[in-house]
Ligand binder design. Structure first.
Ligand code: GAR
Length: 212
């Protein structure tokens, strides 16, 4: 499976995917890493690994549709079969989404549909929940609203800050995202919303609750 990863920041999920590929836990090839931010640390990691990178910045006042078209052009030029949002902090619009139908997934640091948006861990603490986690889902044109593929849960501890909770969630993201990519490669997960719903008939295969 030729996968392209979109990042805006640190890129720890990108590193986790690469680690899983190196260890033979994820049968995929990263054909490119694309960012909206020149400063994204994930870009440097990709370059050091010889992965092609592209930057498509979005500045204040830029035409969003045009940016979506340019981003789509750059991504398409690398011929991915799967587009993985791993800490990509922009909302993608129809001019991008329509070019890669059913081929875009995202990892989010909360148990969706609770706490979508930019501050999953902070909002979970504010919401007073005792369990949070991460979600891998198909991307649609809403904010973290697409069909859920897989989730992993972690406890929210009494003294948690957004940072400590996020760190605990990321341990699970780093395990779950490469696993989902691997299962997509194997054909065990089809990125078809109807089939994803049917998958819940066997939750043990798709809901991963780690020992905590
Ligand atoms: C990840 O925790 C990811 O779930 C989150 O950004 C972080 C990026 O970390 N994404 C979102 O909040 C999207 N709504 P990373 O750059 O170290 O992979």
């Amino acid at each position: 499976m030729d996968a392209l990863v979109l990042v805006s920041g640190r890129g720890s999920n990108l590193r986790a995917i690469c680690r899983a590929i190196d260890d033979g836990r994820c049968e995929a090839r990263i054909v490119g890493v694309v960012s909206d931010k020149r400063s994204a640390a994930g870009l440097g990691f990709a370059e050091a690994r010889g992965i092609p990178t592209r930057v498509v910045p979005l500045e204040k006042g830029d035409d969003r549709d045009q940016w979506n078209v340019e981003l789509g052009d750059q991504v398409a030029s690398l011929n991915p079969e799967l587009v993985v949002l791993a800490g990509f902090m922009r909302i993608l619009g129809p001019p991008f989404l329509e070019r890669f139908p059913g081929r875009i997934i995202n990892v989010h640091p909360a148990l969706l549909p609770s706490f979508p948006g930019h501050n999953g861990p902070k909002d979970a603490i504010k919401g007073g929940v005792r369990i949070s986690g991460c979600t891998v889902h198909i991307v649609d044109d809403g904010v973290d609203t697409g069909p859920i593929i897989a989730q992993a849960a972690v406890p929210v501890l009494p003294d948690d800050t957004p940072e400590t909770l996020h760190a605990r969630i990321q341990v699970q993201e780093h395990r779950l995202l490469p696993e989902v990519i691997h299962r997509i490669t194997l054909g065990e997960i089809e990125l078809d919303p109807l089939k994803i719903k049917a998958a819940y008939a066997d939750p043990s295969k798709f809901l991963s609750v780690p020992n905590v």
